[in-house]
Design a protein around this ligand. Sequence first.
Ligand SMILES: [Zn+2]
Length: 72
Amino acid sequence: MRTCPCCKKYGDVWEVELQSLDNHKFVMCFECDTIWDSIANVPDQHVSDFEAFMNEQGKDPDWTLIKKVQRV
Ligand SMILES: [Zn+2]
């Protein structure tokens, strides 16, 4: 399991899929909502969070649309 680069919490990091965004996949920490692109490329600092990311896409952040793929 992974440690979140932002809140340093261990374990609640998931690969997720966003159906409202063409099944876009990313990695997300469910403790602090930090997201990043891939399991293979973990940033060493805070990059973005779900809310900011969705705002960038011009969409409302809707946590119910997040589909958990697997715990990483
Ligand atoms: Zn976190």
